[in-house]
Write a protein that binds this ligand. Structure first.
Ligand SMILES: Nc1ncnc2c1ncn2[C@@H]1O[C@H](COP(=O)(O)OP(=O)(O)OP(=O)(O)O)[C@@H](O)[C@H]1O
Length: 384
């Protein structure tokens, strides 16, 4: 049997008529990229937001049509709403923070703006986001080593890979296989090195998530947060997707975060992006626990000599300027890269080494920040 192709899927979808029965959904340009993996077909149909409910039968018709094709083992079709340019995003940003308003203050301040309450996750004491203004600065590497360092410091730790488009936790933690599902759709998290982990990478094959649009990503994330048997955790570290777009903003808003750690490299451009990241958390009233400068300086593998070739210290200066804590400097070392690639992050493969020590110190400061953010109304951070 020849492999199923996108063209065949699109050809089949041409039999599905558009919402007003004129033309078909392919010609109307409503069908997203079609992704096929392991005989399963994934795509979305873009509809006007206000008609999403009414058009559910259209979604079902498209799904049925594809499922009936020979060679198709399954189909996952979702409706997505196109955001009109300039229209407010689906999840409106909360009103500007009050002068002294703070999400962790006890009880709502009188006259505080109405915001939908973020529901805490039972059993999880604190959730922290690890974010970056742009990709490739080492956010996932920092997140996994931070989580492992918190574990080494004696905490019960979980890690949630929210980077649905490019999940890296399976590789970083050296975990393969699919998680078990128990009653009521609840998923048992995977585990390695004493931390619990959940990632879209455990649930779908690599590449599958690439065609997902906003709403699917949101629901996948919420499921990984709330329908996973995390058990009792002192802290859940969330590896956020890189960037500061709408998707990240919505995520920062929907997850009940205790605080955020922003990872940057020392270069000016990365710092500009890091500042966008800080502003994003400020917008959703999540306390910034601090900045980590990654690839801060270079340690020569042969001599151990240190070279400050990256404009080392940029993130520290930036943190001081805007008044957020500076959490530490992580050197660029072969050891960090190689151990990450091997699925044995440096904090577990060389727990007494200098890099592990750096991460443990960062972990200590992060935890102190979490304590003070939850124990009392931390002063709101003022930018600009
Ligand atoms: N301190 C470091 N020393 C050496 N290599 C590092 C360091 N930090 C990260 N790396 C390497 O840099 C690359 C990018 O790191 P990572 O995947 O953590 O970045 P990211 O910001 O999460 O990227 P993405 O945009 O893919 O989410 C990886 O190959 C990683 O091993």
């Amino acid at each position: 049997m020849t492999a199923l192709t996108r063209d065949q899927v699109l050809e089949t979808l041409k039999t599905v008529r558009g919402p007003d029965l004129e033309r078909n959904i392919v010609e109307l340009g409503m069908v997203s990229d079609v992704f096929i993996s392991d005989g399963k077909v994934y795509f979305s149909i873009t509809v006007p937001a206000e008609r999403a409910r009414e058009l559910e039968p259209l979604r079902q018709a498209a799904e049925r049509a594809v499922k009936s094709m020979p060679g198709v083992k399954g189909a996952l079709v979702s409706l997505t709403a196109e955001k009109k340019p300039g229209a407010p995003s689906a999840a409106p940003a909360p009103a500007r923070p009050h002068a002294h308003g703070h999400p962790h203050a006890h009880g709502p301040a009188a006259g505080a703006p109405q915001r939908p309450a973020k529901q805490n996750i039972p059993g999880i004491s604190a959730i922290i986001a690890v974010a970056s203004g742009k990709g490739g600065v080492g956010k996932s590497t920092t997140a996994v080593n931070l989580a492992l360092a918190m574990k080494a410091n004696g905490l019960k730790v979980g890690i949630l890979d929210a980077d649905v488009y490019g999940p890296s936790m399976p590789r970083l933690l050296g975990i393969a296989g699919r998680p078990q599902q128990i009653e009521n759709r609840i998923i048992v998290p995977m585990e390695n090195y004493g931390i619990k982990a959940m990632s879209m990478g455990f649930l779908v094959d690599e590449g599958t998530a690439m065609i997902w649009r906003g709403p699917m990503v949101q629901s996948a994330l919420m499921q990984m947060l709330r329908e996973v048997a995390w058990g009792d955790l002192d802290v859940l570290v969330v590896d956020m997707p890189p960037g500061t777009g709408d998707a990240q903003l919505t995520m920062a808003q929907q997850v009940p975060l205790s605080g955020a750690v922003v990872v940057s490299t020392p270069q000016d451009l990365a710092l500009i992006d890091a500042r966008k990241g800080l502003n994003m958390f400020r917008k959703v009233e999540v306390p910034v626990l601090g900045i980590v400068e990654n690839m801060s300086y270079f340690i020569a593998p042969d001599t151990g000599a240190r070279y400050d070739i990256f404009g080392h210290g940029g993130a520290k200066a930036e943190a001081e300027k805007i008044g957020v804590p500076f959490l530490g400097e992580v050197p660029l070392t072969i050891a960090i890269r190689e151990t990450s690639d091997a699925g044995t992050p440096v904090v577990v493969s060389d727990p007494e080494g200098p890099q592990a020590r750096v991460y443990r110190e960062i972990a200590e400061k992060v935890w102190q920040g979490v304590q003070s953010a939850s124990g009392r109304a931390a002063p709101s951070i003022v930018f600009e």
